[in-house]
Design a binder for this molecule. Sequence first.
Ligand SMILES: Cc1cc2nc3c(=O)[nH]c(=O)nc-3n(C[C@H](O)[C@H](O)[C@H](O)COP(=O)(O)OP(=O)(O)OC[C@H]3O[C@@H](n4cnc5c(N)ncnc54)[C@H](O)[C@@H]3O)c2cc1C
Length: 411
Amino acid sequence: MFEAILTNDQRRLRDEAREFVRSVPRKLILDMDADRVQYPSDFVHEAGRRNLLGLRFPLEYGGRGLRWEDEVLAIEEVGVLGTSLACAYVMPSIVGEALNSFGSSGQKERWLKPLLTGEKVAAEALTEPRGGSDFFGTTTEARRESDHYVLRGQKRFIVGAAKSDFFLVYARTDPRGPPHRSISAFIVERGPGVEAEYLYGLLGTRGGGTGQLVLDDVRVPKENLIGSENGASDIFYRMMIPERMTSAAGAIGMGRAALEVAARYSERRKAFGEKIRRFQAVSFKIADSVTMLDAARGLVYAAARSVDANDTPNRSRRLVSEAKKFATDSAWQVINHSMQIMGGIGYTNVYPIERLMRDARLIMIWTGTNEVMDLIIQHEYYREVLSSRAETRDTEADAQEAERTSEKVYE
Ligand SMILES: Cc1cc2nc3c(=O)[nH]c(=O)nc-3n(C[C@H](O)[C@H](O)[C@H](O)COP(=O)(O)OP(=O)(O)OC[C@H]3O[C@@H](n4cnc5c(N)ncnc54)[C@H](O)[C@@H]3O)c2cc1C
């Protein structure tokens, strides 16, 4: 984040996160990328031991009672480790949101607390083989039977599936109800009928336990329902804040990591007897990249402030979506520029740029594709601009022939 706007406490938090990130063994990153490690359990335990998980949740459940404005600082730092470790780090913040905002105190004690100490691992299960963008088309079903529900269905691409102790699962509880009023959220613990295995040959983001989740008539006690029956749309919308804020903040760290490697390389590497950073084609790529990262940081910060300030949900939703789209697109472009600056050696595994590039391709797809972000951004912008005319200057009238209404033809 920008040095000038950080408080001393925020600087300390950022430095604490940096210290944690420096302590992560290089071997873990390489073993995960080579699929030799399926889930970074020690890393999550260590983050929990340092009280660095779910920073904005209340102290009584193991958080630090901070704000988004603070949490994004730590996430940017962890982002330099790549997508898989950053995702393992933020998952308690994502699943924890549902528990913290909609769970009972008993549910928070039982599931939020061990999540924040790193004792338990959780995953969120939204996406199904039939599609992820159309969330409200969920076909996983939950049938009520006396004091429990019976869940049946399949979820796909679930990060942490291989190691999770419990899953936050969305399932349809009213097959005949309208899509927004027929889905419920459950905590499903690993047990009979729950099949979750490490799967998929991923381009990058390996070692995070991504797998399929099959629910075969799983009996889930009614006490595991989060919020109200058929009321999961509110939980979904709320969870999309951490889902997208964490992608956005982590992306900045990834772009930053690649750019630092490329900038240092361009100071040492020579061509035609000159350091390559003396060529404008190289140094202007650095200029473009650092500007994109700073712009992304500004947007992430604005979105964080909007959520912290309880801004109108529509405005927060737009800003969070803009931050996710812009930060992930920017990270991809910055990593691409970094590879170009490094020439052929940037394309090899002598440097980490190729790994970061493989990781970064995913962040434009998950937590809502960037096309879905565009849908939300335009929707919320139209809603705002079409209803706010009276408050702003009518600039349409600032034209010489503005009164010529006969020329203003719309159909
Ligand atoms: C490695 C990995 C990890 C993941 N982790 C998780 C996880 O932990 N939990 C989880 O629940 N999910 C997870 N996902 C799923 C991810 O969020 C989805 O893949 C994503 O939301 C897109 O859904 P889809 O793949 O079904 O694509 P689809 O929804 O089928 O979309 C296909 C294409 O159509 C476009 N499209 C769809 N609808 C529209 C529209 N209305 N307007 C414009 N374009 C549209 C999309 O942008 C996309 O380009 C993960 C995915 C991967 C690959």
